[in-house]
Design a protein around this ligand. Structure first.
Ligand SMILES: NC(=O)c1ccc[n+]([C@@H]2O[C@H](COP(=O)([O-])OP(=O)(O)OC[C@H]3O[C@@H](n4cnc5c(N)ncnc54)[C@H](O)[C@@H]3O)[C@@H](O)[C@H]2O)c1
Length: 332
């Protein structure tokens, strides 16, 4: 069986999961892992029988490594992705493509100049709930979209852990901007946002926005990083779209699993990246399997990176609007 030789750069919360998944994918071979934190890299490398680096350029210089997952913090995507493109690697870059449209453009330019392949880790494209809402919102079923609503709320400890390395828009917001534009079959052209920042986590506590789509639909976005850590499953997400003929919606608050003790009831992830019978399954595993399969086969990725790019100018406009207090056009 042809095996794709893969490296993972950035071994934090998400990169460790990428590495563990590649380790179990039959047509992938986890050749190397890299993190600035040499101890972290050494421990994971020993566990997964992969070579270890603390300098990403040294990993990229290895000619036998064909593809890389880039799971460094959002603000570092641009440097690492451009270096990976220059090194001729096939790239799976975690969302958001970059932390602003100018950096995203630089990555796309470098990828196109080098002639390498790029996929962005928009995991909701692999989530059965979002995929089914997308199908149910097809124009022949839904008619014309009238209004959409997206919600993504998380716990405050994540905002505190990431601090200035990310933002409510990069870390959470990009998921729903991409999903809304995909499901509405239309791009967002204008936004009006407001935010609050009172908890002192080093990040925004909440950002609410009204958005306009090119096809006339109106949308409503509700992002929060203010929930106490006791929030069941650590997050609540939902999306709904109402059209001239039909409507469709999803709700991720209920993961369908509860563990009940005398004073607490807890849940657990059953969709995104749960570990079941000793292996990580669910949306992230499906995303990485698709990346490996399509790379080996030379077939298109589920989402073209230019479509992933479309979310970034919307994030810029939301950030500007939340600062100015005025509606802002999306500058593409
Ligand atoms: N798709 C999703 O649902 C999802 C979920 C979580 C995170 N992410 C994305 O994954 C990326 C990583 O997020 P995270 O939560 O794992 O962050 P993290 O802070 O937990 O981990 C980042 C890791 O990168 C390492 N790093 C930083 N600079 C480096 C460099 N120059 N070379 C090598 N290693 C370096 C850090 O030491 C750290 O271990 C972000 O882009 C984030 O948005 C996506």
């Amino acid at each position: 069986m042809r095996q794709l030789n893969v490296g993972v750069i950035g071994l934090g919360y998400f990169g460790e999961r990428h590495a563990r998944i590649y380790h179990r994918i039959p047509n992938a071979r986890l050749a190397a892992v890299c993190d600035l934190d040499a101890d972290k890299a050494a421990k994971l490398g020993a566990d997964l029988e992969a070579d270890v680096y603390s300098d990403y350029q040294a990993l990229l210089d290895r000619p036998d490594i064909e593809a890389v997952s880039l799971t460094v913090p959002d603000r570092k995507h641009v440097d690492v992705a451009i270096a990976a493109a220059k090194a001729g690697k096939t790239i799976l870059l975690e969302k958001p493509l970059a932390h602003d449209a100018e950096s995203a453009r630089r990555i796309v330019d470098a990828v196109e100049a080098a002639g390498v392949r790029l996929m962005i880790g928009h995991i909701l494209r692999f989530d059965p709930r979002y995929v089914q809402v997308h199908a149910a919102a097809a124009p022949e079923r839904l008619g014309d979209p009238i209004h959409l609503r997206a919600k993504r709320n998380g716990v405050r400890s994540v905002a505190r852990r990431l601090g200035s390395a990310s933002s409510i828009l990069f870390y959470m917001g990009v998921h729903d901007i991409d999903a809304m534009q995909w499901i509405a079959r239309s791009r967002i052209s204008r936004v009006y946002a407001q935010k609050r920042q009172v908890l002192g986590t080093g990040n925004e506590d909440a950002l609410y926005a009204v958005v306009n789509f090119e096809n006339g639909a109106i949308g409503n976005i509700d992002y929060s990083w203010a929930w106490p850590d006791g929030l069941m499953n650590g997050y609540r997400a939902a999306l709904e779209i109402v059209g001239t003929r039909a409507a469709t919606y999803l709700d991720c608050a209920d993961q369908g699993f509860y563990a009940v003790e005398d004073s607490t009831t807890t849940g657990g992830d059953t969709h995104l990246w749960p570990e079941i019978n000793g292996r990580i399954v669910g949306d992230l595993a499906d995303e990485l399997a698709h990346f490996v399969d399509a790379t080996i086969a030379g077939t298109p990725y589920l989402q073209h990176y230019r479509e992933a790019f479309d979310a970034i100018p919307v994030l810029d406009a939301l950030a500007r609007s939340a600062e100015t207090g005025q509606p802002e056009d999306v500058i593409r």
